[in-house]
Design a protein around this ligand. Structure first.
Ligand code: MG
Length: 434
């Protein structure tokens, strides 16, 4: 069973990592983070899907593929809050999905990856779905990004405006044009940013519904419009990787790919139980690929636990930037990415849905404490949908039972007690009323 590193050893490790990060930061690497919306764990060829994703499959062969990478939440806004800040979305004030009627967003007290990399002189752009507040003060251009192009929230929300920075360039964005236009924007940003380190954050609008694929891809997959959309995203990834190669930036760019939450009405979670809006593995376990020639080993699969919250501390270290002062929940996973370690000991990972703590993962074990009485998520959650505490917590061995079919709590009372202790300790650090 993993034990927590003692604090002194942890700090020494962090200092060493920072030092090596600074040493390598003479020419800080470019960073490209491609994020899908509602893409399932089982939706890529390299994760067993019949969909054709040759560019992503090649990216996996040229880099590392993770099999236990987690979103911090099974829905859009909170997942992005966690990615951008390295902290639990419940801690940063974005525990639930934001709608166009909402006037809030990611608070100014939170520091984003873009703000962090800005301190190292990075050029920064966000292309795609932001979903951390659509009023000007919350838009990417006010959160560390030099530029923004995209729909500021989900494509099923009204009005479906397309923004360039803070200006509306299209009142109702045409769905079929989005992936090619995002790609064009990304390639132009790469072109005009060469010569300076850059951070391209590319949160695609798809495969969140309503779906749209361009004429070149529509009807071409063997899996309906959903398949067409995923195959167009794969094409887009190929364009981005190709542009990096063509401009000689390939060897100094780390490219990462993942998804914000599990599949919704369509799409595959592979063999995992549950979908978007649930804290079963299918709702929160995501594909995660990382490629950095010469730094991340080729063709390796990593089974260590990692989280979107780990991206900020990992990139801060890799790019030689000081991490934000806010205490982070994520950890630097470079030891796994570099191939030095197959897994990293870490504190229990909490799974929230909205403000509700539903599960906690510790080592191979996952304890379920509460869940919703209904799977309805959208359109508007069903009236009377409530989160209820399980009379008896359920314990699953996620390594031997990845689809969470066999509750082994009765046989493992000490594991249940240990996880509960860890949860209590962690929860004491959250703001009320989490
Ligand atoms: Mg989503």
């Amino acid at each position: 069973m993993p034990e927590l590193l003692d604090r002194r050893a942890f700090l020494a490790g962090a200092a060493g990592a920072l030092a090596s990060g600074q040493a390598s930061a003479a020419t800080p690497p470019n960073v490209v983070f491609i994020y899908c919306d509602d893409l399932g764990y089982g939706d890529l060829g390299c994760y067993g899907s019949p969909l054709r994703t040759p560019n992503l499959d090649r990216m996996a062969q040229e880099g590392m593929r993770f099999t236990q990478f987690y979103s911090a939440n099974p829905v859009c806004s909170p997942s992005r809050a966690a990615l951008m800040t390295g902290r639990y979305p419940t801690r940063v004030g974005v525990p639930r999905v934001l709608f166009p009627k909402d006037t809030t967003g990611l608070p100014d007290s939170e520091i984003t990856i873009a703000q962090t990399l800005k301190t190292r002189g990075y050029k920064t752009m966000c292309v795609g779905k932001w979903h951390l507040g659509h009023l000007p003060q919350y838009l990417p251009t006010n959160r560390g990004f030099d530029e923004y192009f995209g729909i500021p929230y989900s494509n099923d929300m009204t009005p479906r405006v397309l923004l360039h920075n803070t200006e509306v360039v299209e009142q109702t964005a045409t769905l079929e044009t989005l992936t090619p236009r995002y790609t064009e924007q990304a390639l132009k940003f790469i072109e005009r940013s060469k010569g300076s380190p850059f951070f391209l954050y590319m949160p695609h609008t798809y495969p969140h519904i309503p779906l749209g694929a361009s004429a070149r891809f529509r009807g071409k997959s063997k899996a309906g419009l959903y398949g067409d959309v995923v195959e167009e995203i794969d094409w887009s990834v190929g364009e981005v990787l190709g542009a990096l190669k063509k401009r000689g930036l390939d060897n100094n760019t780390v490219v990462m790919f993942s998804s914000d939450n599990g599949p919704w009405y369509q799409g595959s979670a592979g063999r995992l139980r549950g979908r978007k809006g649930m804290t079963w593995e299918g709702g929160v376990r995501e594909p995660f690929l990382a490629r950095f020639p010469g730094r991340i080993p080729k063709g390796k699969t990593c089974g260590g636990i990692a989280s979107t919250m780990d991206i900020l501390p990992t990139l801060a270290q890799l790019c030689g930037a000081a991490p934000p002062k806010n205490p982070l929940d994520g950890i630097d996973i470079w030891p796994m990415l570099s191939g030095a370690k197959g897994e990293i000991e870490r504190e229990a990972l909490l799974y929230f849905d909205d403000v509700h703590l539903q599960c906690a993962r510790w080592g191979r074990w996952k304890l379920h404490l509460s869940r919703y009485n209904s799977v309805a998520y959208s359109p508007a959650p069903a009236a009377g949908r409530v989160n209820f505490t399980l009379k008896q917590p359920e314990l699953y061995d996620v390594i031997n039972d990845q689809d969470e079919s066999y509750d082994v709590a009765p046989e493992n009372p000490r594991v249940v007690a240990e996880i509960r202790t860890r949860i209590d300790r962690l929860m004491a650090t959250f703001p009320e009323p989490i």
